[in-house]
Design a protein around this ligand. Sequence first.
Ligand SMILES: Cc1cc2nc3c(=O)[nH]c(=O)nc-3n(C[C@H](O)[C@H](O)[C@H](O)COP(=O)(O)OP(=O)(O)OC[C@H]3O[C@@H](n4cnc5c(N)ncnc54)[C@H](O)[C@@H]3O)c2cc1C
Ligand code: SF4
Ligand code: SF4
Length: 654
Amino acid sequence: MRIGVFICHCGKNIAGVIDIKRLTSSVSELEEVYYATDYVYLCSEPGQKAIQDQIKELGLTHIVVAACSPKMHAATFAQALEDAGVNAYLLEIANIREQCSWVHPHEPEEATDKAFELIKAGVAKVGQAVPLQPLSVPLNRKVMVVGGGIAGIQAALDIANGGFEVYLVERTPSLGGHMAQLSETFPTLDCSSCILTPRMVEAAKHPKIHLYTYSEVKEVQGVVGQYKVKIEQKPRYVDPVKCTGCGDCTEVCPVIVPNEFEQSLGGRKAIYVPFSQAVPLKYTIDLENCLNTRELVVCDQCYRACGPKAINYLMEPKEEEIEVGAIVVATGYDLMPVEDLKEYGGGLYPDVVSGLEFERLVTASGPTSGVVRRPSDGKIPKRIVFIQCAGSRDPEHGCAYCSKICCMYTAKHAFMFKHAVPDGEVFVFYIDVRAAGKGYEEFVQRVMEEERIAYLRGKVSKVFQRDDKLIVWGSDTLTGMAVEIEADMVVLAPAVVPSKGAKELAKLFKTPVNEYGFLDEVHPKLRPVESSAMGVYLAGAAQAPKDIPDSVSQASAAASKVLGLFSQEELALEPIKAEVNLDNCDGCALCVGVCPYGAISLVQDEPDGPRHIQVHKALCQGCGVCMATCPKEGVNVAGFTLAQLREQLRAMLK
Ligand SMILES: Cc1cc2nc3c(=O)[nH]c(=O)nc-3n(C[C@H](O)[C@H](O)[C@H](O)COP(=O)(O)OP(=O)(O)OC[C@H]3O[C@@H](n4cnc5c(N)ncnc54)[C@H](O)[C@@H]3O)c2cc1C
Ligand code: SF4
Ligand code: SF4
């Protein structure tokens, strides 16, 4: 065995703190080390070549690279080793940047000592390493996209156009998500439906896309390449094959309930389509509001009105199992309920509305046919106060983050109102205007100047009702004055929050969420669309508040990751997997229950023979929980065996 150690300066990142000369000389003196050297940037092309040259020249068999975090460049160095003929798993990384120079910038002596200890430990561990070969498992080249908003639609279309089958699962009766509710879109003010609806139709008609609307994911098993998913299709009580979307049923239905799509500003029948361009255009009976129950039919108006006899009050939920190799999660966002914003009159006064409610009021196809009317009395408001950051950037409301889209859509709303009501007045309360997007700043400036909107920098402390007016108390921090505005209507920009059930869904996919419940990516800069569960990708506002251009770009990025994965014949997996030691395992099964991935089962080779565990390699993620649990050294994770860890610790404690 010939162990070579390569120490990186990382420019001044490491060498600015650590005494590289002393470190290299101490490492060279270690008995187990055959050769040690340093280099200014090991990850660079010449740096990698220096390692490869020494491997060939000196016959080095095991390598320790002392540099930055293995998350950064382990793959680069592993490839360099393979190219020089050394197995990639005979490499150990000692992290002397994040764990030494960066955290101890003012203690160079101690940081150098610590770097030495880490290298010593790496040398001890690599000395116990054995060559490992990547595993390959079959790869199912179908994908499930969860969420049929613009992000999910885009991802599904990109993957389907790449030639692979897609299951697109949407929990409401139609595709479209929030974009379907929008009037016009900033900053270009193109009609939202006009750009969205063709995409919805394209997705529904695509021969490679299987559409599951009014459906939810109930169970997920397996790992990348081999997921088994149970989808529940909720009963529409209308046969989608027979329903022609004529709407004769809805005409005769006697029940009217608030319409969710219209943010309850309009009504719908108990048998309904969410909006007239819904895809698929198939009716659904909302059994909660229908006069019938599962046990008793007291009304059959829609049944009698339906020409093709599509109504079926006895329809049951349908469960289907699909098998896919990858998953894209695009479950989008909700808005913080206005009822949680009582200080702004949310939930207290009907004329305090959310941004989405305002969208419906200015939309030509909305409940007021695009004429902005106060919900309380239907009058056209003359003075509106918009309040940005309602709940966002406000730890007291549990949302310390910026919701990103509100500055822009408030400017859009102000613009649209001024065009609808030219003698109307608009006041906007803001903390600061964040308009970082192509054409965004220009749009906001145009709204402020050309439309003469009064932007007041400051916070609103209270909104209350006096006669038929809303009184807004706030402060203008630029003039230092307290402000009182008498308004006809108040429009809040509530915090963007993860969609309902996002946390529970994330648990099914074993993907982490951040402290606010948005799905977390592996690395915010380098792997922004990948979750830490291999084969699960993220798209759109499910990850963080996003506008349409960002949601669409991220969806295409997630699709390209899936296409990259599917370009392989078989799926290559890291060989860092649990392995049973049959001499020690007595089948006590302690490890079976602790494995978070259900990767261990108990088996018996012969009917009366001894029992032992068996590891399902595709499921095992190499987390090591089993190894830490087993009291008999019955299971080891390859690449991190007990022998390796023991030697590593011994070296550090020596
Ligand atoms: C008032 C307002 C105005 C806006 N105006 C603009 C604008 O002018 N320009 C702009 O660029 N952006 C605008 N936006 C932002 C825009 O709405 C979002 O960028 C976009 O909708 C994000 O798309 P998405 O697909 O990620 O999420 P969504 O639109 O939320 O879609 C998510 C979909 O997933 C479904 N879903 C959720 N959970 C599940 C589940 N468990 N199973 C199956 N399906 C599920 C939902 O039903 C929904 O259909 C505005 C937002 C608001 C609030
Ligand atoms: S059964 Fe009657 S109440 Fe129910 S959806 Fe049909 S018409 Fe409406
Ligand atoms: S290392 Fe052990 S506990 Fe972890 S996933 Fe593999 S089998 Fe399960």
